[in-house]
Design a protein. Structure first.
Length: 161
């Protein structure tokens, strides 16, 4: 038929569209089950994609948090004071009367050491434990007693404390 003869344009458009759809369906034979399967596959693929995106986002967030806390832990680890692997000074208690072995342990020297080394060790330990610098009077007296014992200036006189 000739367009515009007695029919409104909307009706003509509808009929043309319906005829076109019928022709397309005849050219591409798709059954109802195929259409449902296709729609389900599209829906499944889109939900799978969404789940994958959510999981990827969660993995990125977890990595960011792990990195943040890892850096904080590393910085705290670096700020810790260095602890020597070996003791520098004698850490035990004192005996009732001081002997040469205990004196050497207090000063951090060997029992058979030169007088100069004893004086140097006494100076070093005394600077670290001097009462004027916040150290203990008791420790200062023990350090002095250890120096005297190592230099041979005293004979088991015992502690003042």
């Amino acid at each position: 038929t000739y367009l515009g003869q007695g029919q409104p344009n909307e009706e003509i458009a509808k009929t043309l569209i319906l005829k076109s759809i019928d022709k397309i369906e005849q050219l591409i034979p798709i059954s109802l089950s195929d259409r449902v399967s296709f729609q389900y596959t599209v829906l499944l693929n889109s939900s799978t994609t969404m789940v994958a995106a959510i999981l990827a986002g969660a993995a990125v967030a977890a990595a960011a948090y792990a990195g943040k806390y890892g850096l904080e832990a590393w910085q705290a680890f670096k700020l810790r004071p260095v602890r020597p692997r070996m003791r520098k000074f004698y850490e035990g208690g004192f005996q009732a009367t001081m002997n040469r072995r205990e004196a050497a342990l207090i000063l951090g020297v060997r029992e058979s050491v030169a007088a100069e080394k004893v004086k140097e060790a006494h100076r070093r330990v005394m600077v670290a434990n001097h009462p004027d610098a916040g150290g203990s009077h008791y420790l200062a007296s023990k350090i002095n007693e250890a120096k005297d014992m190592m230099l041979g200036k005293t004979k088991n006189s015992g502690s003042a404390f």
